[in-house]
Design a protein around this ligand. Sequence first.
Ligand SMILES: Cc1cc2nc3c(=O)[nH]c(=O)nc-3n(C[C@H](O)[C@H](O)[C@H](O)COP(=O)(O)OP(=O)(O)OC[C@H]3O[C@@H](n4cnc5c(N)ncnc54)[C@H](O)[C@@H]3O)c2cc1C
Length: 447
Amino acid sequence: MHCGLFFFLRRHYPGRRGRGHSGLHKCNSRTSARALRRHRKSRKEGRVNLPALRNLGAEEMSSQKYDCIVIGAGIQGSYTAYHLAKNNRKTLLIEQFALPHARGSSHGQTRIIRKAYEEDFYFHMMEESYLLWSHMEAESGVQLYRQTGLLVTGPEKSRDFQGMKEALELNRVPSVVLAPEEFPQHIPHFKLGDGHGAVVDTTAGVLYADRALKAVQGAFQKLGGVIKDGEKVSGITPGSEVTVTTASGAHKAASLVITAGPWANAVLSHVGLQLPLQVQKINVCYWREKVPGTYSVSRRFPCFIQLPSEMEKTDIYGLPSNEYPGLMKVCYHAGSETDPDQRDKQTDRGDVAILSSYISRHLPGLESVPAVVESCMYTVTPDHHFVLDRHPMHSNIIIGAGFSGHGFKFGPVVGKVLCELSLGRPPSHDLSPFKLQRFQNFLKSTL
Ligand SMILES: Cc1cc2nc3c(=O)[nH]c(=O)nc-3n(C[C@H](O)[C@H](O)[C@H](O)COP(=O)(O)OP(=O)(O)OC[C@H]3O[C@@H](n4cnc5c(N)ncnc54)[C@H](O)[C@@H]3O)c2cc1C
């Protein structure tokens, strides 16, 4: 279940007065001076006075002020920080874990990038995203994208398949419709379902995710941006100047961007907001090729998306073998609910059984038991669209959340619009599908 299926502004949330926040906020200069004296005295006497240390207060521990602070160094936060630095804003990117890490949503070697989207707003965002990814390739000197094409297949007459095919035509995305009789000569070793259509978005391909994240963070630092990793944000005090508290101190900035991925609601609780987000653990499955190379990127096997059918209720997607030689990544586009801090306690493998059955029927060149299973997380909204908006009460707090398992490819453009919101500039894309307000209506309609 979604957590409560609604968002709320807690009427009595601590907000500006700092009620309920850590002691750091309540610490005025007199108490912190006292604490500092106590701490120095203890040190002279060779005693370590931990409460005194805690009471040292934010002021003594960090005096840096920034134009903007970004919480969360996944792909969305890293790209937002990069765009802010590119706009000459003194920017701090804070990450709870030591970088790089594999505990959020942006790790792993590959992601699919495509223009094949039914919704026009995503298509327009992707047009710019491709351009910005290529700029990042040029700026970092690292290859981040490999064109492979994307096969979209599903019941020929279904709304999903027709919608995707029409969108590709309408938006003039270079694509090819493959009739069943010619399909095997173009894409061998893949058995189309009975009555299933096939269309290939030829612009699509693979993004090298880990490399991309490293490149964006490196570019941000080259622009003078500061990354503090291994620092978990434990408090936020809104105001015309926002204070962000971590175990190492307090950081201040004129604006704040929250891009905390699966921890979005944990961080948003500090600013009185909860969104209808469901965090799902995804089993990232790799399947061994019976003959090595059958589905390899070098033999031009494409990425694919299998749209829902009677057999599979949710999308299944795959990427050609590449990162692990001889292994192809094929995953189910949904998982079981998890607490992001307890990810590995979620051991449901129902999706793996569905994938095994799918592979036996459609990908006969793969063994039908996964050779490797890794973990990742989706943060899913009720309509599977993102949240890109301002906090309803604090206009200098910007939120990017709920990327619903398809946000990586949008990283450059999501970062750009979050940066624009943070700078008070009109966003370069229509953000109406991504407003917080839509959850209010959702709540009313379900009552
Ligand atoms: C298996 C899998 C396959 C996917 N495939 C695709 C695909 O093919 N194409 C595509 O476009 N997308 C894909 N996605 C989705 C995409 O990867 C995500 O939408 C995207 O990575 C989300 O990035 P993020 O920055 O929002 O979250 P994250 O990467 O999770 O970043 C959030 C960061 O915030 C940090 N943080 C949280 N709380 C705090 C705190 N209190 N203090 C400091 N830091 C904090 C976290 O540690 C984390 O590093 C896939 C996702 C998965 C899991």
